[in-house]
Design a protein around this ligand. Structure first.
Ligand code: SAH
Length: 375
């Protein structure tokens, strides 16, 4: 059993069964979530007997570091981790996390699933389908490993790595609550962004959770017709449904929405499309992130010239829409998200799993919801 999965309250109950004093739970929690211990042996203010009991009953560290890549300018590091082996599988799945060092602080981009079943056309992380959801503990561990190896505080988190976070709702929420808990790393919710391809039902639910996180929407198209070509999820939810849900999120939380828009030459990057996009967003408290699409070798998508990108941006600016162009940092270490993991899987002939085929997603809304609750 994974001890990192317990909240402080749950750990207090758990420790009672060992006939230990309640304050021991707080000490253990502190070792795990503040001092970021990787081993029970590090917990030197506990008796040897208790450490041995913990060792016997629980696991602590969920990740094995397989590879690290550091960009030439040292701004970006990518970490390839292996998860603990699950079920019948010979080896644990691999996931990727990224550390970005900005002037304003250190930001970590974490994965929420091993693989993804959303099937977005331009994305490398979905090509092998979904292997499995990550637990909250596995999400925490990505941050803990990186903070530990960096020796500096992580101040920002973006849940924008592999996976669709809202497709793993329960564990995502547990992660958000634990990472922002004052008994742990206490990262401000305002410094946490969760990115979704637009699972409207879960966006609506998230609005009711009383959180202060930023919601980022992967929009990528100015109308449903183009969106459906790029993102299978657009067959299930229209842009209007997504925007209504965004408005609701803003009303409830006061947090403005971020919209991500990957610019793909000849598909969604014309000036008319910029006009169309600005009509959608006009008057909405939001921020637009334009991302020149990162090439992946399995697809022919590419971005247009710098001039074309700037002109697209200008159209939005003229309408007073808050917009930035997001450049991938550390491009020399293979910028496109998910490529480190994908390369590893290709080299090791790891196949997509049957459950990971994203087609199931669009067939039946209720079934997807049910899958989620159980998983
Ligand atoms: N599933 C979530 C988060 C994962 S991806 C989501 O869809 O938002 C994080 C962001 O990177 C998303 O906006 C995604 O659409 C974008 N992205 C994925 N592959 C990309 C690529 N090759 N080029 C540019 N952006 C990409």
């Amino acid at each position: 059993m994974d001890i990192k999965e317990f909240t402080l309250k749950e750990l207090e109950k758990e420790i009672e069964t060992f006939e230990e004093k309640k304050f021991r739970a707080r000490q253990i929690y502190d070792w795990i979530h503040k001092k970021l211990a990787m081993d029970f042996e590090e917990m030197t203010n506990l008796s040897k007997g208790l450490r041995q009991k913990l060792e016997k009953n629980y696991t602590l560290n969920q990740l094995e570091l397989l590879d690290t890549l550091i960009s030439g300018d040292k701004s970006t590091s990518k970490f390839l981790f292996r998860l603990k082996k699950d079920g019948k599988k010979r080896q644990g799945s691999v996931i990727e996390s990224v550390l970005m060092k900005y002037r304003h602080g250190n930001s970590v981009c974490i994965s929420s699933q091993a693989g993804c079943r959303m099937g977005c056309q331009f994305c490398a992380s979905t090509l092998h389908g979904l292997e499995r959801n990550l637990t909250a503990s596995e999400m925490l561990d990505q941050v803990y490993h990186i903070q530990r190896s960096l020796g500096e505080r992580i101040s920002n988190i973006v849940v924008m790595g592999t996976g669709e976070p809202l497709d793993n709702y329960k564990e995502l929420l547990r992660f958000l609550s634990m990472i922002s808990d004052e008994n742990g790393l206490h990262i401000s919710q305002r410094n946490i962004t969760v990115s979704t391809c637009g699972l409207v039902e879960y966006m609506d639910k998230l609005a009711e959770e009383n959180l202060q996180i930023t919601l980022a929407i992967s929009l990528h198209a100015p109308n449903d017709e183009i969106r459906r070509k790029l993102m299978p999820i657009a067959k299930k939810y229209s842009i209007q449904e997504i925007l209504t849900s965004c408005d609701h999120y803003f009303e409830k939380t006061g947090r403005r929405i971020s919209f991500e828009y990957s610019l793909i030459a000849g598909i969604n990057d014309s000036l008319e499309q910029a006009e169309e996009l600005s009509k959608l967003l006009l008057g909405r408290p939001c921020h637009v992130n334009l991302i020149p699409v990162n090439k992946i070798k399995e697809r022919t998508f590419d971005h247009g010239s710098e001039d074309r990108i700037q002109k697209f941006k200008l159209v939005l600016e003229k309408k007073h829409i808050n917009v930035t162009i997001r450049r991938e940092m550390g491009a020399d270490i293979n910028a496109a998200c998910g490529q480190l993991r994908k390369g590893y899987m290709d080299r090791n002939n790891i196949e997509a799993t049957k459950e990971g085929k994203h087609e199931i997603l669009c067939k039946d809304r209720r079934r997807t919801q049910k899958d989620n609750q159980s998983g």
